[in-house]
Write a protein that binds this ligand. Structure first.
Ligand SMILES: C[S@@+](CC[C@H](N)C(=O)[O-])C[C@H]1O[C@@H](n2cnc3c(N)ncnc32)[C@H](O)[C@@H]1O
Length: 272
């Protein structure tokens, strides 16, 4: 079966459910994002976050800063936008162009090596499609959450599996070498919402109020794969940051047939 046949039957989300995105084109919803979800995922995360005027928010693993720009547009807050791969230059230019340079402070650093923020500093930590890459260790997470104020919000929104894989028998669709090892660099770290619930819970400092696979998480993945050419920009493909469309189509198809599905989840908690 070629990838076009595989994608027949893939679905798109119901845009009416996303009132925040009325007037946005499909391309704008994914502009500058690395991975699945785009502003659909951002919208659902922000609904849970109870963001207050004047707050300081950490956007951790901000990529090109598209979520930070959306936050700056919607709320009167300051956003510290931290990323490892991407230089702050591009986000400064984007923030300047859109008139939000006063609200977004971009920084480039490896958060696992350096957490250069005061204790009890942030009103919220927003972490989209990034924590799975570096956040699978309880002691590190506990140090990171030390920067969140008591009563502050942690919101993680991310690609994941709908359930834990059988680690003894990893399907080839998730375990192959491409520019890099897709299993080691990505899929082995996805885990399930339940796994992330217990990982965050193990820190003992977050009261988890919500942790679920999105009701349209699998649909958002199908839509992402189907519209890959429109959603993923050339520079992101050139960076090798998103695996090829054909491979993603195989993963979605595998999920439909065998039940281990790529999807999206959100976890929201409050610092104790
Ligand atoms: C898949 S991208 C998602 C980017 C962005 N949140 C988005 O949704 O478009 C993951 C991001 O996590 C960042 N990242 C990975 N490891 C990191 C680390 N140790 N410290 C800070 N950022 C990290 C990468 O630089 C990358 O931009």
């Amino acid at each position: 079966m070629d990838s076009k046949q595989k994608m027949r039957g893939f679905r798109s989300p119901d845009i009416k459910v996303y009132h925040e995105l009325q007037g946005y084109s499909k391309g704008q919803i994914y502009e500058g994002f690395i991975g699945c979800g785009g502003l659909y995922l951002v919208s659902k995360m922000l609904r849970l976050m109870n963001i207050k005027k004047g707050g300081i928010i950490l956007d951790l693993g901000c990529g090109f800063g598209s979520a930070a720009l959306f936050l700056a547009k919607k709320f009167d807050v300051t956003i510290i936008a931290v990323d490892l791969w991407n230089s702050p230059q591009m986000l400064v230019e984007r923030a300047n162009e859109e008139g939000f340079i006063q609200k977004i402070i971009p920084m480039q650093l490896d958060i696992t090596k350096n957490i250069p923020f005061a204790e009890n500093y942030f009103d919220a930590i927003f972490c989209m499609n990034s924590l799975f890459m570096f956040g699978g260790e309880s002691d590190f997470l506990k140090r990171l959450f030390g920067t969140l104020k008591a009563g502050g919000t942690l919101c993680i929104g991310s690609e994941c599996f709908n359930k834990e894989p059988d680690y003894e028998v990893i399907p080839e669709v998730y375990n192959f070498d491409w520019d890099w090892s897709v299993w080691d660099g990505c899929c082995s770290k996805y885990h399930s919402p339940e796994w992330w619930h217990s990982m965050i819970d193990s820190t003992g400092v977050i009261d988890i109020q919500y942790c679920e696979e999105l009701d349209d998480g699998r649909i958002l993945f199908e839509d992402f794969v189907m519209n890959y050419q429109d959603y993923v920009s050339k520079n992101i493909i050139d960076m090798g940051a998103v695996i090829p469309q054909e491979r993603l189509a195989q993963q979605v198809q595998y999920g439909i047939e065998y039940g281990l599905c790529p999807t999206l989840y959100i976890l929201k908690g409050v610092k104790k």
